[in-house]
Design a protein around this ligand. Structure first.
Ligand SMILES: [Zn+2]
Ligand SMILES: [Zn+2]
Length: 358
């Protein structure tokens, strides 16, 4: 089968690989669409999480391996002991690799399993004609949702998971929410906050295409590229926007020192900073500003079963997944039209999909 294999820094090769066989408890999926995630981009110019010398703690794998973890496809073969799933069914999956035995897995919080890994990072992933995943991580795609739309459900689930975690601290209903970083994770957080009943949602970042999506769906957008003094103007903007109150909840969805510094002072006293970004560099956080007003820092890691919620929002038309796809490439054009295009021009893209089979 054709597959995109990660070998090293800016070294992703399209190679012929054997079709994988599903083990007990697994299914093999013929991939229709796969999505390029921020994580994949970090690996492209990485390595970031892909094990190069030390074998992965759960799978024992090291590079080279097939990248990618966001996809939609059809079940092609079913391993021993799998029930309730059959060949031909349209599915997507949570690409996490988990031990299934630790206290966290047993309590349902498998997204923070002590041995957590992901397909495409700790084992072969979905930028290929076929991949295998555990049947326990599958989600059936509803009839009304297309394969293309379903490929976007995984990143949207991250914002839903983060919002569900905030639910344990009173939620966002009736609150003022600010999202910093309007990539697909930030747009997922925007939708999740809005659909959970936030009173107003402001998204801060760059990119006029992103502004169009946010404004079309009832949010407000602050394009920092158009601010005269850049980040320095953001706190006064948020202060005015919130009638002096500042934000009840700020979602950090970019993962840089600059965006983290921007987030902390716009959280109101007693409010919540939800950190979702993956940081390329170890950040410094202004703890005095956090502590002087009892600001709360929460973090969110991927998602558990929120892909089901994302698919349901898409099915009901509450999330328009199609318009988030800004480009479709193939495995053959992935490097130049996908990864390199995103290096040059990420602010103008929301989700780049790879069309593999459909
Ligand atoms: Zn992803
Ligand atoms: Zn575990």
């Amino acid at each position: 089968m054709k597959a995109a294999v990660w070998h090293g820094y800016k070294d992703v090769r399209i190679e012929d690989r054997p079709v994988p066989e599903p083990k007990a408890g697994q299914v093999r999926i013929k991939v229709d669409y796969a999505g390029i995630c921020g994580t994949d981009r970090h690996e492209y110019v990485g390595p970031n999480f892909i094990p190069v010398t030390k074998p992965h703690r759960l799978t024992g794998r090291t590079a080279p391996l097939i990248i990618g973890h966001e996809f939609s496809g059809r079940i092609d073969a079913v391993g021993e002991g799998v029930s309730g799933w059959e060949p031909g069914q349209r599915v997507t999956a949570n690409g996490s690799l988990t031990c299934g035995e630790c206290e966290l897995c047993r309590s349902g919080r498998y997204n923070i399993c002590k041995k957590l890994g992901f397909v495409g990072v700790g084992d072969d992933g979905c930028f290929a004609e076929y991949l295998v995943v555990g049947a326990d991580k599958l989600f059936a795609i509803p009839d009304e949702v297309t394969q293309k739309e379903a490929a976007v459900a995984e990143p949207l689930a991250c914002g839903i998971h983060a919002t569900n975690l905030i639910g344990d601290l009173g939620g966002v209903k009736g609150k003022l929410a600010v999202i910093v970083g309007p990539g697909i994770i930030g747009i997922g957080a925007f939708y999740a906050a809005k659909l959970a009943g936030a009173r107003k949602v402001l998204v801060i970042g760059r990119g006029e295409e992103k502004r169009a999506v946010i404004e079309k769906h009832g949010g407000e957008f602050l394009n920092t590229a158009l601010l005269e003094n850049g980040a320095a103007d953001v706190p006064s903007y948020v202060e005015k926007w919130s009638d002096g109150a500042l934000a009840d909840v700020v979602y950090e969805c970019a993962g840089t020192q600059q965006t983290l510094d921007l987030c902390v002072p716009i959280v109101k006293p007693g409010g919540i900073l939800m950190v979702m970004g993956v940081f390329g560099q170890k950040p410094v956080i202004d703890m005095n500003t956090v502590q002087e007003a009892e600001r709360i820092i929460l973090t969110s890691q991927a998602h558990v079963n929120e892909i089901a919620e994302a698919l349901e929002y898409i099915r009901k038309g509450e999330i328009d997944a199609d318009e988030l796809v800004t480009r479709v490439v193939t495995l053959d054009t992935l490097v130049e039209d996908g990864f390199e295009e995103l290096e040059r021009n990420s602010k103008n893209h929301i989700k780049v999909l790879i069309r593999i089979s459909e």
